[in-house]
Design a protein around this ligand. Structure first.
Ligand code: SF4
Ligand code: SF4
Length: 77
């Protein structure tokens, strides 16, 4: 599981079909060096999570996002 800015990507489940890249309405996802990358601008619409056929990408909830961004433990939030 690899946290990005707003999504967590599972490199084992992912088959690199790029459906998530194509459904993202703001174009922040891309396939780079065999990994799903995310650039800033996600509007948290959940389309990537909804359309991924392999449950390989999910939008982080606020606790997960802060933990990923700042290394804050859930007990500190
Ligand atoms: S839609 Fe799912 S399986 Fe397809 S590239 Fe995105 S994360 Fe991987
Ligand atoms: S939640 Fe929406 S805006 Fe954010 S990466 Fe997924 S499809 Fe794109």
């Amino acid at each position: 599981m690899k946290p990005r800015l707003n999504v967590i990507w599972n490199e084992i489940y992912c088959k690199r079909c790029i459906i998530c890249v194509e459904v993202c309405p703001v174009g922040v996802l891309s396939l780079e060096m065999d990994e799903i990358a995310e650039k800033p601008g996600c509007i948290r619409c959940y389309q990537c999570e909804r359309y991924c056929p392999d449950i390989a990408i999910e939008v982080m909830d606020e606790k997960e996002r802060l933990s990923s961004e700042f290394g804050v433990g859930s007990s500190e939030i």
